[in-house]
Design a protein around this ligand. Structure first.
Ligand SMILES: [Zn+2]
Ligand SMILES: [Zn+2]
Length: 115
């Protein structure tokens, strides 16, 4: 497994739902303006509250708003990588990584191998 070191705080705005302001869950993009929300947030508001425009940029969603929703698999994968939720925690087998030795550790103190 490759761990990518990034400042997730900088990425957070890109993965924040403009409706619930949490990390996006089941990323769903409006094909008209490409804004992305949680599936349940955008789908729920369109079906229950008859939203007809994007809540961020107010782009018109047209006569069939639900058809402008597209599951954003790429975004969802990135989100899971950077912001794993409790539902899809990436299991790191830490026990098997015990052989990793820190290279910058000062271990020479008291070492008798110096010649
Ligand atoms: Zn949301
Ligand atoms: Zn928008």
């Amino acid at each position: 497994m490759v761990l990518i070191s990034v400042e997730t705080d900088e990425l957070k705005p890109s993965f924040t739902c403009g409706i619930c302001y949490n990390i996006i869950d089941h990323a769903t993009t409006l094909t008209g303006c490409l804004h992305t929300f949680c599936w349940r947030c955008i789908h729920g508001n369109i079906t229950e509250h008859a939203w007809k425009c994007c809540p961020v940029c107010y782009a018109d969603l047209g006569p069939t708003p639900l058809r402008t929703l597209k599951h954003n698999e790429f975004m969802e994968k990135l989100r899971r990588a950077f912001f794993p939720s409790s539902l899809d925690v990436i299991v790191v087998d830490s026990d098997s990584e015990s052989s990793v030795s820190p290279s910058d550790e000062d271990v020479s103190d008291g070492d008798n191998s110096a010649a």
